[in-house]
Design a protein around this ligand. Structure first.
Ligand code: NAD
Length: 272
């Protein structure tokens, strides 16, 4: 018996086998959960998700997470299949300014608005759809993925930093009502830099990844580590953890510098 035996859910954002959502779907399946997989229609055209669907015995339902109509249809399919559901994973992020290499100081505001809708407001839309349809079981769990650029400056992460700050705020604001009225918890996981399609699109990403790995006493959390934490957060072992931004980062968020980083810097200076 897995720790998610009998749990039903919806998983957004599995693009390919590197995706955090992909790894999470595999782990949820291993722990006995059943779920619907979803992604934007354009991402589904790549076809890779069908392999994940086969491996996990899941149905794939296309939905642009910014479209209330698509979300309504998606939740109707899940409700038809499962009745009420127990967990939702929002693993979605995209910035056109990042993608097109637009500098933060020269922000294109149309692109900003689109990226904000996809990366942050869609979390409200997902929860609003579930709320309106009253489809979450008591003690259900809703999760979204974030990054420490919501709190600290990472040049190159661009408007995604602002989107993540907004996303984390939505988790707290909506999470209050979910807790009070529906006994459902809402959290974000702030994950280490991870080599995925979204991650590698960020300028300077390899540097972020290596520095974080050097500074963190436990090293960077991998996508598999993140999947494990998602499983735990969907399980009954975390029933009263809510309104939190949970750092899954090997300790990075509480570090200043590490001896290793200082030594690398000093050695570099000595050589130059
Ligand atoms: N990779 C990292 O370094 C890292 C670190 C911290 C947090 N995160 C966050 O983790 C989450 C998952 O990203 P990932 O790293 O697995 O990369 P990924 O590229 O595999 O996943 C991003 C997903 O967002 C989906 N998406 C984009 N626009 C959408 C839309 N309109 N509707 C529905 N889905 C849409 C994409 O199709 C893709 O599946 C994101 O929120 C990301 O910001 C990633």
């Amino acid at each position: 018996m897995g720790i998610l035996q009998g749990k039903k859910g919806i998983i957004f954002g599995a693009l390919d086998e590197n995706s955090i959502a992909w790894k999470t779907a595999m782990r949820c399946h291993e722990e006995g959960a059943e779920f619907v997989l979803t992604n934007a229609p354009v991402a589904l055209r790549m076809g890779e998700i069908n392999k994940l669907a086969e491996d996990t015995g899941s149905e794939v339902v296309p939905a642009d997470a910014t479209s209330m109509e698509d979300l309504s249809n998606l939740f109707d399919v899940a409700i038809e299949k499962f009745g009420k559901i127990d967990f939702i994973l929002h693993s979605i992020g995209m910035s056109i300014n990042v993608r097109k290499g637009k500098h933060y100081t020269e922000m294109n505001y149309d692109w900003l608005t689109k990226g904000w809708d996809i990366s942050a407001v869609s979390f409200h839309k997902v929860m609003r759809t579930a709320w309106d349809k009253d489809c979450m079981n008591d003690w259900g769990s809703i999760l979204a993925l974030s990054y420490i650029a919501a709190q600290r400056v990472y040049p190159g992460y661009n408007d995604m930093a602002d989107n993540k700050a907004y996303l984390e705020s939505i988790a707290r604001s909506f999470g209050y009502y979910w807790g009070k009225e529906k006994k459902v918890r809402v959290n974000t996981i702030s994950q280490s830099p991870t080599a995925t399609t979204a991650g590698q699109g960020v300028s300077g990403f390899d540097g972020f990844l290596q520095i974080a790995d050097e500074v963190s006493p436990l090293g960077n959390a991998t996508a598999d580590d993140c999947a494990d934490l998602c499983v735990m957060m969907f399980s009954d072992f975390t029933k009263r953890v809510t309104l939190q931004n949970l750092y899954n980062d090997g300790g990075y968020s509480n570090m200043g510098v590490s001896e290793g980083l200082v030594n690398k810097f000093i050695n570099g200076l000595e050589k130059s």
